[in-house]
Design a protein around this ligand. Structure first.
Ligand code: SAM
Length: 281
């Protein structure tokens, strides 16, 4: 039984980092004329209202995208990300927040294709309703995204961007992320994979980035954004990270410019900061 609902967290600091990098990666893929697939192994509900319901209850977006909304950023990565969010809020007020599938569809072209997995019995129908008019480009499955991903690879066009964004509500997610990425790379080594992870004090979360690196891929980038000092009692998320396999060559420079601005905008205390590391050959 799944209890995680992304609606409670929509637009928070972790979504800002994840979706800003996603926009950047898809913009890079758009530079080449050949179509690609976007695969989202854990898609969520697709789009979230911020003025009522779950998102308003926690108000996490106020300390995430809300902070950028009021003080427009200078870095290109953040401007491109905010342009996408603004597309969902034509009235000017921040009322809707696009989840990763909606962000991706906004960036994709007519010939590109999207494959989404979402297991939650409430969120999958919301996702299906959101994309009901997009049956040519979008396919949605209420299946396990880890297993589903392997079944899709390699994609017909031999170009794909994959987002793995599990809730990590069960401990096994940490191990399954690693084994799924290893299996996916065996079937399709040239895809771009984005693995999101939370910065938590629990040991399995702390070990995950190192385990991902140990898979031994040639081209990778790891970015982490910390928004607060880790809590003394060990609880809560103090930031998040993304591990990107086969990142665009331009991504490190683009993030170097954006990360200081992100930290400044999203910091909750003086423990805020970032790290950026990569190998691109
Ligand atoms: N990627 C979304 C975004 O950025 O807007 C957020 C996804 S949320 C962090 C994780 C989602 O994965 C939840 O909606 C949850 O119901 C779903 N989920 C959990 N386990 C899953 C699995 N094994 N396969 C597919 N979906 C799963």
């Amino acid at each position: 039984m799944l209890s995680y609902r992304h609606a409670f967290h929509a637009g928070n600091h972790a979504d800002v980092l994840k979706h800003a990098v996603l926009v950047e990666v898809l913009a890079y893929y758009n530079q080449k004329d050949k179509p690609y697939w976007y695969v989202d192994t854990h898609a969520g509900a697709g789009c979230y209202g911020l003025e009522g319901g779950y998102a308003a209850k926690n108000g996490e977006f106020l300390e995430g995208v809300g902070r950028l909304w009021d003080a427009p950023p200078r870095a290109g990565v953040l401007q491109a990300y905010l342009d996408v969010v603004r597309g969902f809020n034509p009235g000017g007020a921040l009322a809707l927040y696009p989840g990763s599938p909606a962000v991706a569809l906004e960036c994709m072209r007519e010939g590109d294709r999207m494959r989404l997995f979402e297991l939650h019995s409430s969120d999958e129908p919301l996702l299906a309703a959101l994309f009901a008019h997009e049956t040519a480009r979008v396919q949605i499955r209420r299946e396990d995204g880890f297993k589903g991903l392997i079944g899709l690879l390699p994609p017909p066009s031999r170009r794909a961007v994959v987002l793995m964004d599990p809730p990590y509500e069960v401990k096994t997610d940490y191990q399954v992320v690693v084994s799924t990425l290893a299996g996916a790379l065996k079937r399709f080594a040239t895809g771009t994979y984005l693995v999101w992870y939370p910065l938590l004090q629990r040991p399995e979360a702390r070990r995950l980035p190192e385990q991902l690196r140990r898979l031994g891929m040639e081209n990778w980038l790891q970015v982490e954004l910390t928004v607060r000092r880790p809590a003394r009692d060990g609880s809560g998320m103090h930031g998040s990270g993304l591990f990107v396999v086969n990142p665009p060559w331009s991504l490190p420079e683009r993030l170097k410019e954006a990360l200081p601005e992100m930290v400044k905008a999203l910091a909750l205390d003086e423990g805020a900061g970032f790290s950026l590391d990569w190998a691109i050959r």
